[in-house]
Design a protein around this ligand. Structure first.
Ligand SMILES: Cc1ncc(COP(=O)(O)O)c(C=O)c1O
Length: 379
């Protein structure tokens, strides 16, 4: 079911960016796999209509999100809380515009490049909160976080949960603690949860920000079908904002500035959230198998370290090499991962294993052969 789809001649960013280099593209976060059949079918049926005009979200679409949140996260939301948007990146940028008051904006580090860039782009002061491995999981320093939240110019924190690039899911206890701090210091939380459905560690529990009592009045939870169902090109996501005043202000700030989502994204989302669960369960099984192979091979290569993450199809591979060296070795082995430098750590790389097993095995074989022949040394 999860066969490789040849993406040549589709103008896919993944292939285009390095088109002149003979490298296997394993970087940007989309998959080389077909979306769920129920999603393709919904899109095909809408395309057949041949009129593609302005389209508003409709009640059964909103209901599909309501049901998904209930079923997946035990989170009872109201349809009115949903704000449809053309992507998660514009959503967190808009959140800065709406709530940061030109002040300090906290984000994790390392982090997804547009999350690192957003505060500065919107004229605010970025505050990068280091996230490090504490022997069990990736965590920030709570004392440091509290100091930053207490700063009189801090009105907004943007979290990435599950984290990109580490793939860590913040525990329910972490979320409760974060919520209490945000309440104490009257800080709004914008939570990028685009990867939350892709939980590979079945024992991990994802807690949407708005589900936490103390955060209901001060949070935006950003979600989408885009990563889960591999429809990122359709430009469609949503924010769940339980608080009426917060939601109205957010909407007002985006009015006539942020475009409507692509209407096809609505159709994909409704099909995905109403009929896509069995396919998603199969996909997670496939990705778990891929992850297992990545861990087996990468952890056998000197100087590299991969701690299998709880969520996402992205392997964050740390190295003992100097800045840029791991990336160079991967490139020399014929593989193009994401450069860790863009996430804030030039010694690491991020490998996208959202592909079929044969392609992954090919990449892992190339890496093993390269390591055997060249024996990269830690200086
Ligand atoms: C954490 C995170 N947020 C947002 C996005 C992109 O969101 P969108 O395409 O909806 O703007 C990505 C894509 O990789 C991501 O990893």
């Amino acid at each position: 079911m999860f066969d490789f789809i040849d993406r040549r001649n589709t103008h896919a960013i993944k292939l285009e960016k390095y088109r002149d280099q003979p490298l296997m593209p394993m970087w940007v976060a989309d998959m080389d796999l077909a979306t769920a059949p129920c999603v393709s079918k919904a899109l095909q049926s809408r395309m057949e209509h041949q009129v593609y005009g302005y389209t508003h979200p409709w009640p059964s679409l909103n209901q599909s999100v309501v049901n998904w949140c209930q079923q997946e996260y035990d989170w009872s939301i109201e349809a009115d809380w949903i704000v449809w948007l053309p992507g998660v990146v514009p959503s967190f940028n808009l959140a800065i515009q709406a709530f940061a008051k030109g002040g300090r904006v906290i984000t994790q580090e390392p982090n997804y490049p547009p999350l690192r860039a957003a505060a500065k782009l919107r004229g605010c002061t970025p505050v990068a909160l280091p996230v490090t491995f504490n022997g069990a999981t990736w965590q920030w320093d709570w004392q440091q976080l509290e100091q930053e939240l207490a700063h009189p110019e801090c009105h907004l924190i943007i979290t990435c949960n599950p984290m990109n690039p580490h793939g860590t899911v913040l525990s329910p206890a972490d979320m409760a603690r974060l919520g209490a701090l945000c309440e104490q210091y009257q800080v709004v939380l914008c939570s990028d949860e685009i990867h939350c459905d892709l939980r590979l560690d079945a024992s991990s529990v994802h807690t949407p920000a708005g589900l936490v009592d103390t955060l209901a009045a001060r949070s935006l939870t950003l979600m989408a079908a885009s990563k889960t169902f591999n429809v990122a090109g359709l430009g469609c996501s949503f924010a769940i904002i339980p608080d009426n005043a917060l939601r109205q202000h957010f909407r007002h700030c985006g009015h006539d500035l942020v475009p409507h989502p692509n209407f096809l994204g609505y159709f994909a989302a409704e099909a995905a959230f109403t009929q896509g669960r069995p396919w998603l369960s199969d996909l997670l099984g496939h990705l778990r198998g891929n992850q297992h192979r990545v861990a087996e091979v990468i952890n056998g290569l000197s100087g590299l370290r991969y701690r299998p993450q709880a969520a996402t199809f992205l392997a964050w591979i740390e190295s003992d090499f100097g800045p840029g060296e791991a990336l160079r070795y991967f490139n020399e082995a014929g593989i193009m991962p994401s450069d860790g430098k863009d996430f804030g750590d030039p010694c690491s790389v991020r490998l996208n294993f959202g592909t079929d097993r044969a392609t992954l095995e090919q990449a892992l074989t190339q890496l093993s052969d390269y390591w055997r022949q060249n024996r990269p040394e830690v200086s």
